[in-house]
Design a protein around this ligand. Structure first.
Ligand code: DOR
Ligand code: ZN
Length: 447
């Protein structure tokens, strides 16, 4: 398409991004977006605003354009704990973080173990319109780990559940996990496991290492995670099933996942930004904001996770965004609820831990934050190439900006960011969902 000047065409045009670099590569370009799609990509300065009618101009010299991010692991707390996050506030946080799709975990109240709840989550997300909120269905009824939920009904419902997880809890019974994998394979959906052998973590609040021992905190051993990772890899092998490992946190999990992949087992894994940046030296202050499941490990684990993400052994980044009320975090460490905010800080933490040290370039960021999570969860409209004719799900990043994290300034209802006061590199300038600007310079644009 060369010029956009008929009435019909100009009414479809919505956004012109000027002077950005696709994936941070090559010469700057202008990108014209309308009718939900990328209409035209041309050398910078060649698409005249006058050609385009009532277009919104986003001047973007020095920026990087990436496909919109996809978070396959987020907790939005609706229904049940709307005092800590809602689909509305969580969608705003996601859009500000550069996300165009998120998966909302099933550990709500009531639990998302039936189509009434999962359809509500999907419908509410569409109503808010800032990001596609895909419901995650529970694997077992009430997350109790004893009886399978009706995954088939949820998969066939309006919300089209494609990812199932008891996250927050491990499906610990190996026979039930085997059946869940078989059932999921028949339905063409994915099981995501929160890998934690519960007998090994009774009463545990921190990584089982020298720091916890010194501080007198009950330890959560690496083996609690790793024993489930290898067990589930073997169950997936025998069932011919796919399995996804949530929030891998140890160097040992990396080696087991590498082994399983080398065997041809269909296993994928995610890592959280906080496990890449932080370690258990943070626990010295006994601040409940640092309590999370799985716990912050040792610096050597964080190092191994970074290398594994760069190498592709760990497939993608997922936030495990877990909002909690102040009274549930600002209390004795052992009483604090596990979980940390993540949606609005994820990109910056990836720039800090992966891009700036040279472990990933912007193509790599697109892969681990958009393309792989879209592939793993089977979202056809996300993580697509930035090209003419593709749906415009995009995020525009200023790689040279830095900002200081402040909980109260985040869009989340809750404030429990472990990065409070930290200056981080890289900032989302704008997010575009199906051609519509959902965020510009941190300002959310409701429907
Ligand atoms: O730290 C965590 N918080 N880990 C989980 O698995 C669940 C989550 C939550 O729901 O708060
Ligand atoms: Zn979890």
């Amino acid at each position: 398409m060369n010029s956009i000047n008929t009435q019909e065409e100009s009414s479809a045009v919505t956004v012109l991004i000027t002077g950005t670099r696709l994936y941070g590569e090559g010469d700057p370009v202008d990108v014209l977006i309308g009718d939900q799609q990328i209409l035209r990509i041309a050398p910078a300065g060649t698409i005249e605003q006058a050609d385009t009618g009532g277009v919104e101009l986003v001047e973007a010299a020095g920026t990087v354009l990436l496909p919109g991010f996809v978070d396959m692991h987020t907790h939005l707390r609706e229904p049940g704990r709307e005092d800590t996050e809602t689909i509305d506030s969580g969608s705003a946080a996601a859009a500000r973080g550069g996300y165009t799709a998120v998966f909302a975990m099933a550990n709500t109240d009531p639990v998302a173990d039936n189509a009434v709840v999962t359809d509500h989550v999907w419908a509410r997300g569409q109503e808010v319109g800032l990001v596609d909120v895909h419901p995650v269905g529970a694997i077992t009824k009430g997350l109790k780990g004893t009886e399978l939920a009706e995954m088939g009904v949820m998969a066939a419902s309006t919300g089209a559940v494609r990812l199932f997880s008891d996250d927050g809890h491990c499906v610990a019974d190996p026979l039930l996990m085997k059946r869940a994998l078989e059932y999921a394979t028949g339905l063409g959906v994915l099981i995501a496991q929160h890998a934690e052998e519960p007998r090994l973590t009774e009463g545990a609040v921190a990584h089982d290492g020298p720091t916890a021992a010194r501080l007198g905190l009950a330890g959560w051993p690496r083996a609690a995670e790793e024993s489930i990772v290898i067990r589930d890899a073997l169950l997936a092998r025998d069932a011919g099933a796919r399995v996804h490992i949530c929030h891998a946190s140890t160097a040992g999990s990396v080696e087991l996942i590498r082994w399983a992949k080398n065997q041809g087992i269909s296993i994928t894994a995610e890592v959280t930004p906080h496990h890449l940046l932080l370690d258990d030296s943070r626990l010295e202050t006994y601040d409940g904001v640092n309590r999370v499941n799985p716990p912050l490990r040792e610096a050597s684990d964080a190092q191994a996770l970074r290398a594994a993400l760069a190498e592709g052994v760990i497939d993608c980044v997922a936030t495990d965004h877990a909002p909690h009320a102040e009274q549930d975090k600002c209390c004795e460490f052992s009483q604090a609820r596990p979980g940390m905010l993540g949606l609005e800080t994820a990109l910056s933490v990836i720039v800090e831990t992966m891009v700036n040290p040279g472990l990933l370039d912007w193509r790599g960021v697109a892969k681990v934050m958009s393309e792989r999570p879209a592939e793993i969860t089977g979202l056809p409209d996300q993580g697509q190439p930035i090209a003419e004719g593709e749906l415009a799900n995009l995020t525009l990043i200023d790689p040279s900006a830095t900002w200081t994290v402040s909980g109260p300034e985040l869009a989340s209802v809750s404030d429990n960011t472990p990065f409070e006061g930290l200056e981080l590199p890289g900032q989302v300038r704008a997010t575009i969902l199906r051609g519509r600007l959902t965020v510009v310079n941190g300002k959310v644009r409701p429907l």
